[in-house]
Ligand binder design. Structure first.
Ligand code: FAD
Ligand code: NAI
Length: 476
């Protein structure tokens, strides 16, 4: 007999597993179907984020930053280390252990919350009078389950460079870039986006000569211009990444042990030879082969599943969340949509405010922001005021030894409401939450200026930026 569930979730990434757990907590009978396999061919819950994304990349960023600090920054503290070396196998082992602890943890959470977990590829097979039939295929094994509601959380895949095959040996996507068995001497990266900068930083710190080739003429064009400018200075001058913008990749030739990249910039054609090449030119929604045609689920020409503000698709009882829908491709955005949809299905009022999703780039210095950029406000004709405070004047930043960067707060010129906060500097990933909370509560810069911030703390830079919106800096 076909097993029937109140909710079938397709995909167990941070969108899907959270949607499944929250639905079960709300008393619904839930099944989560996922097809991800780790490098040993074993099923592994957690999607891109836990297996080959957020978690392993942050583990490698931490390890490589520790190495760099020990090698180049401890001496100023009077700590002298001689003969420091890097042990890549141990570094990778640590990363893999963190990943398996988390992916295994999802299985435990599923059991605790009574979520049925099925390994296999799910697709819509048919519409029924009370919901949808989902066919799940795992090798030779096929089964059909029934869901009154279906949540599509199938995530995203790396965008391919036309004509170039990723083998994860010489030409890599995020999967290969997280697992080089030794430090490549010459590493090429196509795309100076989030993955390119994070993975480029990891391998540069560990000793690679890293060249990043970016198609857009402007560096980090999504980011506030003043932050992007500071970031480019830090990444090229302090870290030593070679970043070329406005390039047109003409050809990539894969040799036996190297990769040749031919590109054109504004002046001439260039050729660079690398030992490894990472292609990180964005991600595309993973919506192919989910049986959309069997039930009439609309998918647009870019593979995005169109949804409304409640993540409802064009079909009754079918929702889509995370990387497969509009909005930023971020784990926390996917998870919050998962919670909201579970609550909507249960008759509550699930809601996600896409205007206050924080972004973080985990480079050194870190970059984090929420809300609108100055260039965006300028283009929209909104009048605004700015407070900008450098970490070089922060006592805590000096003690940590991370004095580069600043906090920039942008507020509406008339109402003083905070419109955006942009941080480049130490622990920006943690600091940004104050700005997110402030914006969720529709705070003004004056509200933040009147709140006591601990001394000495990095958060004082946010306080000063808020004071600066009204020209009242205390330390500048
Ligand atoms: P996914 O995590 O992609 O999960 C989808 C799951 O569904 C996968 O397990 C997939 O195998 C499965 N699936 C797909 N189709 C089917 C099917 N038909 N049947 C069964 N299963 C299916 N975001 C952050 O917020 N912070 C970060 O620091 C960060 N770092 C990143 C680093 C890297 C290198 C990468 C690549 C991404 C990073 N991201 C980060 C982005 C983040 O990983 C994604 O936004 C997030 O994983 C999206 O979650 P999701 O649940 O929508 O999809
Ligand atoms: P991205 O969208 O961040 O950057 C891709 C870059 O490649 C862009 O700058 C783009 O202009 C460039 N590009 C595109 N085509 C090109 C070409 N043919 N030649 C040269 N450059 C080209 O995408 P990325 O880095 O692949 O990451 C994908 C997504 O994963 C991110 O957008 C983000 O949503 C998520 N992510 C989030 C992280 C975080 O939150 N810290 C970390 C890593 C990934």
């Amino acid at each position: 007999m076909t097993k029937s569930f109140d909710v079938v979730v397709i995909g167990a990434g941070p969108g899907g597993y959270v949607a499944a757990i929250r639905s079960a907590q709300l008393g619904l009978k839930v099944c989560c179907v996922d097809d991800f396999k780790d490098h040993n061919g074993n099923s592994s819950l957690g999607g891109t984020c836990l297996n080959v994304g957020c978690i392993p990349s942050k583990a490698m960023l931490e390890s490589s930053e520790n190495y760099e600090k020990a090698a180049h920054k401890f001496d100023e503290h009077g700590i002298n280390i001689r003969g420091i070396t890097v042990d890549i196998p141990t570094m990778l082992e640590r990363k893999d252990k963190i990943v398996s602890q988390f992916t295994g943890g999802i299985g435990i959470l599923f059991k605790k919350n009574k979520v049925t977990s099925i390994h296999g590829r799910g697709r819509f097979a048919a519409k029924t009078s009370s919901g949808y039939e989902i066919e799940v295929v795992n090798g030779e094994v096929r089964e059909t389950i029934h869901g009154v509601n279906v949540i599509v959380a199938t995530g995203s895949l790396p965008r391919p460079l036309p004509g170039l095959e990723v083998d994860n040996e010489l030409v890599c996507d995020n999967v290969g870039a997280l697992s080089f068995s030794k430090v490549p001497k010459r590493l090429g990266v196509i795309g100076a986006g989030v993955i390119g900068l994070e993975m480029g930083s990891v391998w540069k710190r560990l000793g690679s000569d890293v060249t990043i080739l970016e198609a857009m003429p402007e560096f980090l064009n999504l980011v506030d211009r003043s932050v992007a400018k500071e970031a480019k200075r830090a990444f090229t001058q302090s870290l030593g990444l070679k970043i070329f913008t406005g390039v047109n990749i003409k050809d990539v030739r894969v040799r036996k042990k190297s990769v040749e990249v031919l590109y054109e910039d504004s002046e001439s054609e260039q050729k660079i030879v690398f030992d490894k090449l990472v292609v990180s030119i964005g991600r595309i929604p993973n919506s192919a082969n989910i049986g959309a045609e069997n039930v009439g689920l609309i998918i647009d020409e870019k593979g995005v599943i169109p949804v409304d503000e409640k993540n409802c698709t064009n079909l009754d009882g079918v929702y889509a969340i995370g990387d497969v829908v509009r909005g930023p491709m971020l784990a926390h955005k996917s998870s919050e949509e998962g919670v909201a949809v579970a609550e909507t299905i249960s008759g509550q009022h699930g809601h996600v405010n896409l205007d206050t999703i924080p972004w973080v780039i985990y480079t050194s210095p870190e970059i984090a922001w929420v809300g609108r950029t100055e260039q965006d406000l300028k283009e929209s004709g909104v009048s605004y005021k700015i407070g900008q405070f450098p970490f070089s004047v922060s006592g805590r930043a000096r003690a940590i030894g991370e004095t580069g960067g600043f906090v920039k707060m942008i507020a509406d010129a008339t109402s003083d409401k905070i419109l955006g906060v942009h941080i480049i500097g130490p622990y920006a990933s943690e600091l940004i939450t104050e700005a997110v909370v402030a914006m969720e509560f529709e705070a003004t810069a004056e509200d933040i200026a009147r709140i006591v911030h601990a001394h000495p703390s990095l958060s004082e830079a946010i306080h000063e930026a808020a004071l600066g919106v009204d020209g009242r800096y205390l330390s500048l």
